[in-house]
Design a protein around this ligand. Structure first.
Ligand code: UDX
Length: 447
């Protein structure tokens, strides 16, 4: 390593912790910190505060190597660092705009602890011109004795593969105003040997919002095509494959189903729409993307109703609560809405998820009636009138359907992610319903 520059990471959540450990893995010395003391304690003890494949191993490795430390005092982390990444949360407010209070809080702490030149890097996803505001905040609240700069380096880490994504990025985007800031960031990422796009700060911020908005748009597009397939008797799966073979379109993010969830896509889309409105640009296309996604829950519940007729007093197994596989995150997960709707319709729900059950139980702690938490997919299926698949965890694809058949009350599966093997299910006598396909019940009636 050519320099001894020290890295600081403010915020040890889904973005901050993989980023901090990723830099440690690249050989840099990193100090991480968070305003949540319990998070800092847990990280210091070698236990990540959330489930992310490969993260615990990396954490333990770099607590041992001494290249990573979690500090309880934010000011100390600031003073001990030359480059500071702001990785705090940017949740959305009621009106869809991004709540930047945590970003401002981080900027003020930096300002109060500025004791030498530092490069402050906005990594959290935030609206265009946030870097400018961070700069102003540090100027306003600081002592003006030390120079600093603010750059933007958006993250593209997916939950479930965040460690891999950090170490093997498709691109690294750097938005900076000075050659010093650009060269410091280039140097930091140099060991990865990946393409870097160097641009101005506004463009870097916009690349992130536009990327997530485009991913959401692809999903809503394929979901509408899937509805059309269902009505016309075409195969949504084959159409996605046919589209994806065109490199101008690309094969990713064309999986039809119950729609996108999670902490990023829904909130970033809202924030992007809000930014456009503030700037006087009518980006109605994105409102439509959002509307289509919200309609997926209805569509799925209707499918369950079509399969079972009446939901009152039915036992339903729900497989998968996390918003996607390999995470315990249920923020804005379709499961939250689906389970509420099923209960409203009078059904009882038997829930199973390999990682997210605890989190789900916490959210539903005040409204636990007609929810049974199960420790395996098979247990959830016991006595169920239908099995509903809401997350494509690999273990659901590897089920022994003969065994499942032996414990359900009715052999009905409704797959919200279109990923189970239809032939294997039908061979065991299951009625199999999926999104984008008219359901054929055994007596040949199309529903
Ligand atoms: C996203 C971006 O992908 C990542 O680059 C960014 O930095 C953070 O936000 P993440 O929130 O982890 O990552 O989830 P992502 O993999 O994008 O999936 C979002 C949602 O879309 C999930 O609910 C997923 O199930 C759904 N999805 C994804 C589909 O419904 N169909 C698809 O084809 C792909």
């Amino acid at each position: 390593m050519s320099s001894k520059r020290r890295v600081g990471v403010l915020g040890l959540g889904h973005v901050g912790l993989p980023t901090a450990l990723g830099f440690a893995e690249l050989g840099w010395t990193v100090a991480g910190t968070d305003s949540d003391r319990s998070k800092v304690e847990s990280v210091s003890a070698g236990v990540p505060p959330f489930y992310e494949p490969g993260l615990e191993e990396l954490l333990r490795r770099h607590l041992t190597s001494g290249r990573f430390r979690a500090l309880p005092e934010i000011g100390e982390a600031v003073r001990q660092s030359d480059i500071l990444f702001i990785c705090v949360g940017t949740p959305h407010r009621e009106d869809g705009s991004a709540d930047l209070s945590q970003v401002e809080g981080a900027a003020r702490t930096v300002a109060e602890n500025l004791d030498s030149y530092k490069l402050i890097v906005e990594k959290s996803t935030a609206p265009v011109m946030t870097a400018l505001w961070v700069e102003r905040a540090i100027q306003r609240y600081g002592n003006r004795q030390h120079a600093f700069e603010v750059a933007c380096n958006p993250e593209f880490l997916r939950e479930g593969t965040a460690v891999h994504d950090f170490l093997h990025p498709d691109r690294i985007v750097i938005g900076a105003n000075s050659e010093r800031a650009r060269s410091w960031l280039r140097e930091l990422y140099e060991p990865l040997g990946r393409p870097m796009l160097i641009t101005d700060r506004n463009s870097a911020e916009m690349i992130k919002h536009a990327s997530n908005a485009f991913l959401a748009l692809k999903i809503s597009f394929i979901n509408m095509v899937s509805d059309l397939c269902e009505a016309a008797g075409a195969s949504a799966q084959d159409i996605a494959t046919g589209l994806g073979l065109d490199p101008r379109i690309g094969a990713h993010f064309l999986q039809a189903g119950i729609g996108y969830g999670g902490f990023c896509l829904p909130k970033d889309l809202k924030a992007f729409i809000h930014v456009a409105e503030e700037l006087g640009v009518n980006f109605g296309l994105l409102r439509e993307v959002e509307r289509i996604n919200q309609g997926r829950i209805d569509r799925f519940v209707r499918k369950v109703q079509q399969a079972l007729w009446v939901l009152q007093d039915k036992q339903l197994a729900v497989w998968g609560l996390a918003f996607k596989p390999q995470t315990d995150d249920i923020r804005d997960a379709p499961s939250l809405h689906v389970v509420r709707r099923l209960r409203q319709a009078g059904a009882s729900v038997r829930l199973y998820d390999p990682a997210a059950t605890q989190e789900f139980r916490r959210v539903f702690a005040e409204e636990p009636d007609r929810l049974v938490y199960c420790s395996s997919a098979l247990e959830a299926a016991r006595g169920a009138h239908a099995v509903l698949v809401l997350t494509e965890w690999p273990e659901f694809g590897e089920m022994d359907w003969k065994q499942v058949r032996g414990c359900v009350a009715l052999p009905i599966v409704v797959d919200g992610r279109n990923f189970l093997d239809a032939a294997a299910l039908r061979a065991e006598g299951f009625e199999y319903h999926r999104m984008g396909e008219a359901s054929l019940v055994p007596d040949g009636i199309k529903i």
